[in-house]
Write a protein that binds this ligand. Structure first.
Ligand code: ADP
Ligand code: MG
Length: 145
């Protein structure tokens, strides 16, 4: 089943992320796809708040992974934009996080599609200049659909 959402502001995107975070289940993996500045991190910030995480969440671009364990479920927030080689994911123990009881949100996860688990959700954020500078279309679909 595909869920579509129309966002007209960062707050809308945050709120949508919040809603998903508050309903997230252990072991879920979300792959965030969208250009630089699409709103992947804003979505993640809302999602984290929905899990009950109070720490501020930023893009972990220079660390690949940031872990937040103060919420209802542990959040593993990845940004794999700058990985040079997929073996770097093995080095940080990617499988341990993906097959855990926490939730993984992976910005630019489409870059590591070769090593994703069988089950995950695509979160695709796209702009539409005709609908305004702050407009974002967000779709969520299970892998394979
Ligand atoms: P990404 O992580 O995808 O590179 P960010 O979430 O870091 O992008 O940044 C998104 C930027 O776009 C922020 O500066 C935010 O204020 C702005 N923005 C404008 N409209 C929206 C919207 N509808 N949803 C999310 N962010 C938006
Ligand atoms: Mg980001």
């Amino acid at each position: 089943m595909v869920t579509e959402f129309e966002s007209y502001s960062p707050d809308d995107t945050y709120g949508f992320g919040y809603e998903l975070g508050s309903k997230a289940l252990p072991g879920q993996v979300f792959i965030l796809k969208g250009d630089l500045g699409a709103g992947k991190t804003v979505f993640t910030q809302g999602f984290a708040a929905g899990l009950g995480i109070k720490d501020s969440v930023n893009s972990p671009t220079f660390t690949i992974l940031q872990i937040y364990d103060e919420g209802r479920l542990t959040l593993y927030h990845f940004d794999v934009y700058r990985i040079g080689d997929i073996s770097e994911m093995d080095e940080i123990g990617f499988d341990d996080y993906v097959y855990s009881d926490g939730v993984c949100l992976i910005e630019w996860g489409d870059l590591i599609s070769d090593i994703l688990p069988d089950e995950y959700f695509w979160v695709e954020i796209t702009k539409d200049p005709e609908k305004g500078f702050d407009y974002r279309h967000i779709s969520i679909r299970p892998a394979g659909e």
